[in-house]
Design a protein around this ligand. Structure first.
Ligand code: ADP
Ligand code: MG
Length: 742
């Protein structure tokens, strides 16, 4: 082995914060430490200022902000990965990635001056909430700043490492809650310790909640005092506002050390001083504390199995805002568990990242370990550092299991093909890196070169558009062999940086598919409509009469659901070959629309699906099947009346079909929520329909009578008892049944 060979790689851990950023370093042998910046501070404000062609970063930029310079960018971390965000200095505009790159470059340079060496690699931390784009943007900023990003890890996870929580036999089974309240983000993680590794069981958070919101409470309070005393609006000009904000933050920080302070604001020639006590401040912000604890309980609940406060060993506080004494008091009271101490809350994230960075580098490069001893000598690490290292960080790094912070899925049809849903592939909180495959049916119909469009969704909601659509991938090159439907395995993989890749393979085919990445279309509203069915081959003409109950029991949600279901029902048919009509009934019945091909008329008919006008009565005394029968244009077939008594509706139907040679099909779809008064007459009417070759399907809910519905329906699965929430699905099933009949 050549021990003199240099790797020339030095890795730092960087907490790229919303308000403050911190750089730490660990040589792999001794405890990690924070590298101070050029003005001797541990934390560098995440602020960038553009001043006469010069770019100021950190404290200098923050000073400019205090002086009211408008060309100051801060809180840009909140816009990471957002392509619509741009900060303009008047002549040029910058993305959040570019602003972060300026910041990272400065952090790198300052740290290098401290370390006396070039920093080549880094682990950057990101809030657990960050999505694919935000993480990518962060990694891109690191590259722009001349750093090789080893990976991005979640801030709370890094913090846990810094607290020296290690995997071991004696600590196995213990669980902690990491409460990270920074300047602009709040993250909660539940971590569990095994003999082998630390696992993150769940994360929750709100990336719009942070110390800034506490500043705002003080700012609002002082603005009110200012208005009371001067009648003027403190928010009138930006410059005073910026200055007042800085003062509000200072007052907040002071209240962490003392129980009372004073804040002075000046604007438009007026000056107001307002005393503020810690108790008042805590009162002004009590709802913010409650919001954090709600997120903590949500995180506990989303573990599987769900946890309670009692399952925890303790609470780890991270982030500058947890210096507010109320945080620890509040959390101890809420949880009944101790708050861990011993690491500076604003350094923990960077320290943990540094530990991980050195472990990663060591794993990649054996040479690194050799050099570390030398580097340690050079840095003259103190004895106490070495002792601390043996106590807490040790040689064996706890293996780090991180999790996906969001479910990743794709847009797919639901089981009964009534709507599009988010089909989860990688579940929220699966450990990363991870990969999962889900089999999907691809309805290829008669298409010659079918394509599979995979819309990558991020989020947990069932409705596709309630999630973030991250990307569109189109796969082609399937072997259909004449099949109407083929199966495709869709695989998502999530790498250590939280970056996602999408792949697909046809089941039972060795041919590899072609993948195309397309921009996500602006208009995705089709996902709220009903999927188009390509498999139906029915070529004859179809007539359907929809018979709908508009009695008063349908009032409210039921009638609205009925209308909506009818509208999505008609969408499923090709109106070139299908005519649809509507009959509504209560105590009387009425033909609203004879079967028609016109979508316009059908929409108008749908609008008449509302609670019965007075003349139709309020109950269910009508026998609407008679009107339904009248809707069909064909002359009535002569029916042997005695057979109506002898046979069931189903039997009569079969007899009629045996006699008929017509390719055309006729259906009556009944929807009711109540018990009909003249059931016997209705059954007789139903039989009359059946004997003429008209199929009846019936959907009931609420007080409807299942037996009765079975009696009138002519198909085996023709009576459906459902509930309102599944009404649309039931309609979809009926549509499938109607279309599936050969
Ligand atoms: P981030 O990671 O979001 O950049 P930090 O963890 O550095 O944030 O925390 C910054 C926040 O902590 C700011 O809102 C700051 O005002 C607040 N903070 C710092 N010190 C104190 C203190 N002593 N008391 C209360 N809040 C503090
Ligand atoms: Mg932070």
């Amino acid at each position: 082995m050549n021990a003199t060979k240099k790797t020339n790689r030095v890795a730092a851990g960087i907490d790229l914060g919303t308000t403050f950023s911190v750089v730490a370093y660990c040589d792999g042998q001794s405890a990690p430490r924070v590298l101070a910046n050029s003005v001797g501070k541990q934390a560098t404000p995440s602020v960038v200022c553009f001043k006469k062609g010069e770019i100021l970063v950190g404290q200098e930029a923050k000073d400019e902000q205090e002086f009211g310079n408008p060309n100051v960018a801060s809180f840009f971390k909140r816009h990471m990965g957002d392509s619509t965000f741009a900060f303009s200095d008047g002549s040029k505009s910058y993305s959040a990635t570019e602003l972060s790159a300026f910041l990272l470059k400065k952090l790198k340079e300052d740290a290098e001056a401290q370390l006396g060496e070039k920093i080549t690699d880094a682990i950057i931390t990101v809030p657990a909430y960050f999505n694919h784009f935000q993480r990518e943007a962060t990694l891109a900023a690191a590259r722009d700043a001349g750093l090789n990003p080893l990976r991005a890890i979640n801030e709370p996870t890094a913090a846990a490492l810094a607290f020296g929580i290690r995997a071991s036999e004696s600590t196995a089974g213990k669980k902690y809650l990491v409460y990270d309240l920074g300047g602009g983000t709040f993250d909660v993680s539940i971590i569990a310790i095994d003999a082998e590794e630390i696992r993150v069981l769940a994360t929750e958070g709100d990336h719009l909640l942070g110390g800034k919101d506490w500043d705002d409470r003080i700012l609002r309070y002082v603005a009110d005092r200012f208005r009371d005393e001067t009648g003027l609006d403190l928010f009138a000009d930006v410059e005073t506002l910026n200055e007042a904000l800085v003062r509000a933050e200072r007052a907040k920080t002071e209240l962490s050390a003392r129980v009372e302070t004073k804040i002075t604001v000046a604007s438009q020639g007026q000056k107001v001083s307002a005393p503020i006590t810690r108790a008042l401040f805590e009162e002004l912000s009590s709802d913010l504390f409650e919001r954090t604890s709600d997120l903590c309980t949500a995180a506990l609940r989303s573990c599987s199995p769900p946890l309670t406060w009692n399952d925890l060993e303790g609470i780890i506080l991270v982030g500058g805002s947890t210096r507010m004494p109320a945080v620890a008091e509040f959390m101890e009271a809420k949880s009944g568990k101790p708050v861990l101490t011993g690491v500076n809350v604003d350094e923990a994230v960077a320290l943990g990242a540094a530990l991980q960075a050195s472990a990663d580098l060591a794993a990649e490069d054996p040479q690194y370990e050799l050099e570390s001893a030398e580097r340690r000598r050079r840095l003259k690490m103190s004895e106490s550092h070495l002792v601390r290292m043996q106590e807490s960080y040790l040689w064996r790094m706890p293996q780090l299991a991180d999790v996906c912070s969001h479910t990743l899925g794709m847009i797919a049809e639901n089981d009964d093909r009534s709507k599009y849903v988010n089909s989860a592939i990688l579940k929220k909180n699966s450990p990363i890196p991870s990969q999962d495959t889900k089999r999907h049916k691809l309805n290829v119909g008669v298409a010659e070169n079918p394509e599979l469009e995979v819309y990558l969704l991020q989020g947990e909601h069932e409705r596709p558009l309630d999630n973030v659509v991250l990307g569109k991938y189109v796969f082609s090159g399937f072997e259909t062999g004449g099949a109407k439907e083929i199966q495709v395995d869709v695989t998502y993989s999530y790498d250590r940086n939280g970056v996602v890749d999408v792949a697909a393979a046809q089941v039972g085919s060795a041919r590899s598919l072609t993948r195309r990445v397309e921009p996500v279309p602006d208009d995705m509203s089709w996902t709220d409509g009903a999927p188009k069915d390509l498999t139906t081959k029915f070529t004859g003409n179809l007539s359907i009469v929809f018979v709908v109950d508009v009695s008063t029991s349908m009032f409210g949600r039921a009638i609205n659901k009925a209308r909506a279901s009818f509208l999505s029902f008609i969408e499923k048919f090709d109106l070139k070959t299908t005519k649809i009509g509507v009959v509504r009934f209560s105590d009387k019945s009425q033909i609203v629309q004879k079967p028609t091909n016109s979508m316009k008329l059908l929409k108008r008919a749908a609008s008449k699906i509302r609670i019965a006008p007075f003349r139709l009565g309020i109950a269910n005394a009508a026998v609407p099947l008679d009107d339904a029968l009248r809707c069909f244009p064909e002359p009535r077939v002569k029916v042997d009346r005695s057979s109506l008594v002898k046979y069931s509706s189903k039997k009569l139907r079969d007899l009629a079909f045996a006699r008929s040679s017509s390719d055309d099909r006729r259906f009556i779809v009944v929807l009711t929520d109540g018990r009909w008064l003249w059931r016997d007459r209705a059954v007789k009417q139903a039989k009359l329909c059946a004997a003429q070759g008209i199929d009846i399907v019936a959907i009931g809910f609420g007080a409807a009578d299942k037996r009765f519905l079975e009696e009138i329906s002519t198909l085996d699965e023709g009576a459906l008892f459902t509930d309102l929430s599944r009404l649309e699905e039931s309609f979809s099933t009926i549509a499938q049944t109607i279309k599936g009949i050969e």
